[in-house]
Design a protein around this ligand. Sequence first.
Ligand code: CP
Length: 327
Amino acid sequence: MQTIFKGKHFISLQDWTKEEIETLLEVSYDLKKKFAMGIETPYLPYKTAFLMFFEQSTRTRNSMEAGIAQLGGHGNFLDTSTMQVSHGEVAKDTAVILSRYGHGIACRNCFWEVGNKYLRDMAKWATVPVMNLQCDLYHPMQGIADLMTIKEKVRDTRNLKVSIIWAYATSHKKPISVPLTQSLLFPRFGMDVTLAYPEGYDLPEWAIKQARENAEKNGGKFTITHNMEEAYRDADVVIPKNWGSWVNNQSDKVVDDLLESYKSWKCTEEMMALANKNVMYMHALPADRGNEVEDSVIDGPHSIVYDEAENRLHTAKAVMTLTMGGK
Ligand code: CP
């Protein structure tokens, strides 16, 4: 078991070895069990985590803020519109100063071609761990919670048929970070991953190459299709979710002709019927109900979205415990 994590940045799970990810999961299970038993876990007493948000959040903010409190520390929520970064203060200055005040810096910055660079820049200068709360490319907090949820349900993930499927939505032009993170992560755990999307919604070529390499090294599979039905057929897990056409079109306009031409990419009961009879429906949330998915699916017997969202708390606590505490 890997045990040396203190100060390690958590920007992409691709930067963490499989052994480190396994430890992260074990700590998450332990924290979850203790939470269920009402056992206190003050592993980060008097420590401060700065929680910087350039965008809205429900799960990420609250799992981090509740999580650090449950670990005996304090989460300092920072709406970046009230910080000097909104007047142009650079990542270096923010990272150096916050490092002197506390013990961890967590940040959500999803601006295309900006977010990941901002986090990496902070990590270069910070003397405390930098945690990615979602950027334009990665959402490791979501990825680790998703992996935990799948492993809790099936234990052995080898050859598990998991389909990450683009879905129609009009709520906002969502980042590609969730499907990209899942595409890189799941093949490392032997899963048979299908990425399905209509033409125009590609993930970056370098990410597809890495996903294929991850599959090859770890006995998994990674396949791309533009046929939605094919992705649902015989799947054990389906993850139908919208993402924006950022790779091909950097405009932040939400609704355009391309999007409107793929309204039929919705998770319906009819699509679910093509899958394995015990198929699990996952979604990182928030879901665009009625567009991405029918209520009868997300509220139905195959849906595990609330278990998935709950695990955001336990995994967030594990990330903070290992990177901000320990050796
Ligand atoms: N899944 C997720 O990151 O949710 P929030 O945007 O509410 O944090």
